[in-house]
Design a protein around this ligand. Structure first.
Ligand SMILES: Nc1ncnc2c1ncn2[C@@H]1O[C@H](COP(=O)(O)OP(=O)(O)O)[C@@H](O)[C@H]1O
Ligand SMILES: O=C[C@H](O)COP(=O)(O)O
Length: 709
């Protein structure tokens, strides 16, 4: 295995070039939906379901013989991905999150249902449960990011139950080879230092969508589309370069920023400003291209592109497709020149791409940067054939598809408005766009918790209470809003800068729901309350944190229903610690995170541990409040310990320990993990709110039952 050594940033004595921070819109609030509406307005034939931010093809626009719908999605900020690729012959639906944050599992569930919907759905009548199951199987293309993997994974699990016997499967794109060998899928899970995140998904995702969309359009069954998809993603390699970072509308960047010097670029920069493998001088473009192509060709043991018959027969090298992507801020003129330079460099290795594509396929907002991807067509065919031979389970289906011509799939016409390649039209008559999308509304509706929205205001006020729980929740929200800027600053250094905004979205949504008496706070146990909060946070936060909170709180809600704690009961600490421990184990089914990995678990675990220890210590005379204060202090210490900690999960795992290029210095100077910091703020806010309310009621510190039974 050849490797790219991580090296410290070279000494480049230049002032930082200012990152472009000017925008037409000075906030991202409402921006994503507006952009989707604008896109649909100029794309006849596709529909928008606003509730789930899904752009989709109505059932009537699918060929009757099409058995599989291909869908994709992810955070916004990568336009035209993925909405621009919805059209017959490519994607059946694209689901969109907030800027750089994965859509929630609920949104994705709607997108799956919309894509799978058969002819009988959406004809004006309300869709029946049976109608839902008369459509197509679904293949989901997922880019390898934590939030996407969690939210798409959860949505697929749920959809498999809801839409059975329709089948749902996925392929994961992880084409970034810039930081190998650090992110190989073979990394030992139990090794204590290796990151566990895997390589990032980059622009070649769009090639996968085109190939699989065309294959599905041809009437191919799901098992074959999935197998072919796995073969394709196994032979893709991409390296990106940023001349500067992108800027999110309305975001304050920390002083000093994380911009690049006027004469430097970042090799291996991710799609969300995540760290590249190194910064280097921006000198001759030929040497930069040479380095990038060298990284791609050296990314696989024995070489990414091989001589097919013998070393001498160089003309028999593997066939490749070249895919050059503009990250959003490069001029067309320079991109054109690049598409002259890259094949010239490849020709020096006797590699002659059979197809060349170049456009802004997958952007990173306004980032001036680009990526080069190669797809090894010969290797895809070989892997696919091996699978046919090995897969006896679906041998009969495979037998009908012994040869899949990848070029035919690339060249096949599609209606997708922003695919730059061959375009043509099916069906020949324009599709009516009055599709009602009631399937998605039904699914969204059925996934909502018990709603207080339709209850009379007086009754709602009574059921939403104004007691201690409300005060505690308000305290948590206020504290989160107070640390938003700090979280943004931390995440700008070690992640993609959206963590503060993500936490704040959740806090604002919860405050609003509390003010409007939308949360049930009168229930005997708190199971219902916690489930309502889980749903609200899932809908409002999105991203990795949104998914993790939704999973954790949903599990906590089920546990609370089983252990039935009642406020003020003498064993409140015991029941809460049992329920929280169960929720923590449920979370571990979705993330391998343990204390020391630099994640939210670094704050949650010590909190739950301290509560459990108090619950099991006999003869304790501490009050509930004292136990809480002590446990929350453990969470704060856990969050503090993440300062300078190496990450194995989350975006920070892409930073190397010697990375001094992020405005935050080397690893020892990295700020605390933003997720863990946010969790500590929530817990402290809960206790502050609780204490404030108790003092207001005249109870002060003395109030609260003793822990001992
Ligand atoms: N696999 C994981 N398990 C637990 N927590 C994680 C994991 N990956 C990331 N995190 C937490 O998520 C935080 C980032 O959250 P967020 O901003 O929502 O992420 P993203 O930008 O990737 O959607 C990190 O600071 C870390 O605490
Ligand atoms: O645009 C963002 C990607 O879809 C990744 O999502 P994430 O940051 O929630 O992991």
């Amino acid at each position: 295995m050849s490797s790219h050594q991580l090296s410290p940033a070279p000494e480049i004595a230049t002032a930082n070039s200012p990152m472009t921070t000017k925008h037409l819109y000075d906030t991202t609030d409402g921006l994503v939906l507006k952009a989707l509406r604008g896109f649909v307005a100029m794309s006849p034939g596709v529909c928008l379901h606003e509730g789930s931010k899904t752009v989709f093809l109505p059932p009537s626009s699918h060929r009757p013989e099409q058995r599989v719908a291909v869908i994709a999605g992810g955070g916004a900020g990568h336009e035209p991905a993925h909405a621009g690729y919805v059209g017959s012959g490519m994607l059946s639906a694209a689901v969109c999150g907030e800027v750089f944050a994965s859509p929630s599992a609920k949104q994705i569930g709607c997108a799956i249902a919309l894509a799978s919907a058969g002819e009988r759905c959406g004809d004006g009548e309300e869709t029946s449960a049976q109608d839902l199951k008369t459509g197509r199987d679904v293949l989901v293309v997922i880019n390898n990011y934590t939030g996407d993997r969690l939210n798409f994974g959860l949505a697929i699990e749920k959809a498999r139950v809801l839409l059975a016997p329709l089948r749902i499967d996925s392929v994961v794109v992880a084409d970034d080879v810039s930081r190998l060998p650090l992110f190989l899928p073979t990394s030992e899970p139990n090794n204590t230092t290796e990151p566990l995140v895997g390589a990032r998904g980059l622009a070649a995702n769009i090639l996968v969508c085109k190939l699989l969309g065309a294959l599905a359009f041809a009437g191919t069954p799901l098992s074959v589309v999935k197998s072919f998809g796995d073969a394709v993603v196994a032979h893709l390699a991409t390296v990106g370069v940023g001349l500067e970072h992108c800027h999110i509308p309305g975001h304050n960047i920390p002083s000093g920023g994380n911009g690049l010097g006027a004469k430097e670029c970042e090799v291996g920069l991710g799609l969300h400003n995540e760290a590249g493998m190194k910064r280097r001088a921006l000198d001759r473009v030929e040497t930069l291209v040479d380095e990038m192509v060298g990284m791609i060709l050296g990314s696989t043991e024995g070489g990414f592109v091989r001589a097919r018959k013998s070393e001498e027969a160089e003309e028999e090298k593997d066939e490749v497709v070249l895919f050059v992507n503009n990250l959003g801020g490069m001029s067309q003129l320079e991109m054109g020149a690049l598409v002259d330079d890259v094949p010239t460099r490849l020709a020096r290795s006797r590699i002659y791409p059979r197809r060349i594509y170049s456009s802004s396929y997958m952007t990173s907002l306004n980032a001036p940067g680009f990526s080069i991807s190669l797809l090894n067509v010969s290797a895809v065919q070989k892997t696919y054939h091996t699978q046919i031979h090995n897969n006896t389970r679906v041998a009969s289906e495979f037998a009908r598809y012994p040869l899949i011509d990848l070029y035919d799939l690339l060249d096949a016409p599609t209606d997708a408005p922003l695919w730059l390649g061959v375009r043509a039209h099916w069906p020949s008559t324009p599709t009516p766009v009055d599709f009602k999308a009631d399937i998605a509304d039904r699914i969204l509706g059925s996934l909502q918790p018990t709603q207080l929205a339709n209850v009379e205001p007086e009754e709602r006020r009574r059921r939403s209470g104004d007691g201690i729980t409300k005060a505690a929740l308000r305290g948590a929200c206020k504290n989160v809003l107070a640390v938003e800027t700090e979280l943004t600053a931390f995440d700008t250094i070690v992640g993609d800068g959206d963590c503060g905004a993500t936490f704040a979205r959740g806090a604002k949504a919860l405050l609003k729901a509390l003010d409007e008496n939308q949360i049930t706070l009168d229930s005997e146990g708190l199971g219902d309350t916690v489930q309502e909060i889980a749903d609200l946070l899932e809908d409002s936060m999105c991203g990795t944190i949104g998914a993790l909170f939704a999973i954790f709180l949903t599990a906590l809600s089920s546990s609370l229903r089983t252990v039935s704690p009642t406020q003020g009961s003498t064993n409140a600490i015991e029941t809460w610690s049992t329920a929280l421990s169960q929720a923590l184990s449920a979370l571990s089914a979705y993330t391998p995170a343990r204390p020391g990995d630099r994640t939210i678990v670094d704050a949650i675990y010590p909190f739950v541990n301290a509560l459990s220890a108090s619950a099991s210590s006999t003869g304790s005379t501490s009050s509930v409040q004292e136990v809480l204060v002590h446990s929350v202090a453990q969470a704060r210490e856990g969050a503090e310990r993440t300062r300078g900690m190496k990450a194995r999960l989350g975006r920070a795992a892409y930073l190397s320990g010697t990375d001094a290029s992020r405005g935050g210095g080397g690893q020892e100077l990295w700020p605390p993990d933003p997720g863990a910091w946010g969790v500590a703020a929530i817990l402290e806010g809960l206790v502050d709110g609780l204490r404030g309310r108790l003092e207001q009621d005249g109870g002060g510190d003395a109030v609260g039952p003793k822990v001992s039974n």
